[in-house]
Ligand binder design. Structure first.
Ligand SMILES: [Zn+2]
Length: 467
C-alpha cells in the first residue's frame, strides 16, 4: 500500500503502546510486512506528538508545566535582546505565545491558570522596565493603532482556539467529527448564540480602560474630537522607542508616575508636602511637571517646543532647496533667515510691520514669492485637554500680524498654521491637515511627535528620578 500511493512511513517517529482495560500493558515491537519494526514504548518513556508529550493518555499536569516553562523561557530570551518595544511584543506574539496556543483544546487550562500565565508575562515585562506596574493593563493587549501595545493575551487566544476547534467538530460532516462533537459538546447546539462573543475582548478592554478613574483620563483625551487618533498613535505603530522609554511614556500618560500628589493620594504614603519640588508653587502632579512648571518653562519646555519646530523647519528648507543636505535632528540649528529667489523663511524673528502688532514673533514665517503667499507657522505643546484651546489661541494671536504682512508684502493670501502636539503626543487633526497643506513629507509628524515624546520623558525622568 505505501508503495502504491508513494507514501513513506517515518518509522523513527512511530511507537506502539498496548492498552488493556484502560491500563498500559507490556507488549512487543510490531513487525511490518516489509520487515521493518515499530518499537514498543517503554513504561516510563514518552512519545511526543505535535509537541505534546504523551503515552496512551495526555499527562495534563506534566505537559502544562512543560508548556509554561518553555513559554516563560522564550519571553525572557526576547526581553534580553536589543529589540525595540514594538518588536519585543511582536516577538513574544509570534515566537513565545504559539508554544502555549498549540496546546489549546488539548490541554485544559482553567481561567485562573490563564490569568496566572498572563500575570507572569506582565511581571517579566515589569522586571525589564518595559511595563510600569501601575500602568493600565488593558492597553498592553489593545492594538497599537488604538493606543495599546499589541501583546497577545493568553486568555483571549485560548478562547479563540477552543472556539475554532469546537466549530471544526460541530460543523464537520465526517462521522468522526460528528462523533467527537456529540461526545464533547453534547447539548451546546442551540445555546451557542447565548455565549459571550469572544470578538468582544477588545471592546471589553476599551470599556475597562475608559472607566478607570486615573487611566481613563488619557482614554478620554485620546478620544477628543479634535484628536487625530491614528497620527497620535504613530510612536506605537512605528514602535521606535526603547522598551523602557515606551514603558515610562505610557506611565506618564496613565498618570502613575510617583509625583508628590500621586505618592500621597494614590500610594497613600507620607510626604512632607505635595507642592512641586522644582517651583514650590503649584501642586506636583504629572500634568504640572509635563507642561505647567514655571521653573523649567524657559529651558526644558522651550527645548521640547523648539525640537519639534526644527523638524518642520529643516524639512521645509530642504524642499525649498535652502539647505544642501539633511542634518541629524539633534544637532540641527535653524538659521534666522534663509532666502533664495522663490522662498524666504524666518525662524523665531520679530517681523517689523508698518502698524505695530502685539504678537509679531511667530516661530516661523514662510514667504512663497512666486505664489504671492505666506504661512505663519507656530508650534505648541499643551496639555492633552488644552489641545483645542491652544489651536484657537494661536489663530487669534496671529490674525493681526497676518493682515499686516499681507498688506505690507502685497500678498494674495497669508495663512496661519498652528502645529500642535500635546505633551503626551496627541496630534491635533489640524496639525495633520496643515502638514499636508504645506506639503511636507509624510514622516514629518513622526519626527515632530518623537521630539515631543523624548522631551516629555526626559523632563519627567529628570524631575522624578534625578540620579
Ligand atoms: Zn513646578
Amino acid at each position: 500500500m505505501p508503495n502504491i500511493i508513494g507514501m513513506i512511513f517515518g518509522l523513527e517517529k512511530c511507537a506502539v503502546v498496548n492498552v488493556r482495560r484502560g491500563r498500559l500493558a507490556e507488549g512487543e515491537n510490531v513487525e511490518l510486512s516489509d520487515g521493518r519494526t515499530v518499537p514498543i514504548l517503554g513504561q516510563e518513556e514518552r512519545y511526543k506528538y505535535l509537541g505534546i508529550q504523551q503515552t496512551f493518555e495526555i499527562r495534563q499536569q506534566e505537559n502544562k508545566m512543560e508548556t509554561e516553562r518553555e513559554l516563560i523561557r522564550r519571553v525572557r530570551r526576547i526581553m534580553n535582546t536589543q529589540l525595540s518595544a514594538k518588536n519585543k511584543m511582536e516577538a513574544i506574539n509570534i515566537w513565545a505565545v504559539p508554544v502555549f496556543a498549540y496546546t489549546a483544546g488539548i490541554l485544559i487550562w482553567s481561567k485562573s491558570d490563564l490569568e496566572k500565565l498572563d500575570r507572569k508575562i506582565r511581571s517579566i515585562l515589569t522586571q525589564y522596565g518595559t511595563l510600569h506596574p501601575n500602568s493600565a493593563i488593558e492597553r498592553l493587549y489593545l492594538p497599537r493603532k488604538e493606543g495599546g501595545r499589541g501583546l497577545s493575551n493568553l486568555q483571549d487566544i485560548y478562547l479563540k482556539e477552543e472556539k475554532k476547534i469546537k466549530n471544526y467538530f460541530q460543523t464537520g460532516i465526517t462521522p468522526i467529527q460528528k462523533w467527537v462533537a456529540s461526545q464533547r459538546y453534547p447539548s451546546s447546539g442551540e445555546t451557542s448564540t447565548h455565549e459571550p462573543e469572544i470578538e468582544d475582548f477588545k471592546e471589553i478592554l476599551k470599556q475597562n480602560w475608559q472607566t478607570k478613574p486615573l487611566h481613563g483620563r488619557f482614554f478620554a483625551s485620546l478620544n477628543q474630537s479634535d484628536v487625530d487618533k491614528l497620527s497620535s498613535s504613530t510612536y506605537l505603530t512605528q514602535g521606535y522607542l526603547f522598551p523602557q522609554t515606551e514603558g515610562t511614556f505610557l506611565a506618564i500618560q496613565d498618570q502613575v508616575v510617583p509625583t508628590r500628589v500621586y505618592t500621597k493620594h494614590i500610594m497613600k504614603q507620607q510626604v512632607q508636602t505635595t507642592k512641586c519640588r522644582l517651583c514650590d508653587k503649584a501642586e506636583e502632579t504629572v500634568q504640572h511637571l509635563s507642561s505647567g512648571c514655571s521653573t523649567i518653562a524657559g529651558t526644558k519646555y522651550l527645548g521640547r517646543h523648539d525640537n519639534m519646530g526644527k523638524v518642520v523647519h529643516q524639512s521645509l528648507c530642504l524642499r525649498e532647496q535652502l539647505l544642501p543636505h539633511f542634518i541629524p535632528h539633534h544637532i540641527y540649528a535653524p538659521q534666522t533667515i534663509l532666502e533664495n529667489e522663490t522662498t524666504k523663511v524666518y525662524w523665531d524673528l520679530s517681523i517689523i510691520t508698518d502698524r505695530g502688532v502685539e504678537h509679531n514673533r511667530p516661530d516661523m514665517v514662510v514667504w512663497s514669492k512666486k505664489d504671492k503667499k505666506a504661512y505663519i507657522i507656530d508650534f505648541a505643546v499643551p496639555l492633552d485637554q488644552n489641545l483645542s484651546k491652544a489651536y484657537g489661541e494661536k489663530i487669534a494671536k496671529y490674525e493681526p500680524l497676518a493682515k499686516e504682512i499681507k498688506n505690507m508684502w502685497r500678498l494674495e493670501k497669508v495663512e496661519i498654521k498652528p502645529l500642535i502636539i500635546s505633551c503626551n503626543g496627541l496630534v491635533h487633526r489640524k496639525t495633520t491637515e496643515h502638514v499636508k497643506e504645506i506639503q511636507l513629507p509624510a514622516n514629518t509628524i513622526l519626527w515632530m511627535q518623537k521630539a515631543v515624546i523624548l522631551g516629555t520623558v526626559g523632563i519627567i525622568r529628570q524631575a522624578i528620578y534625578p540620579h
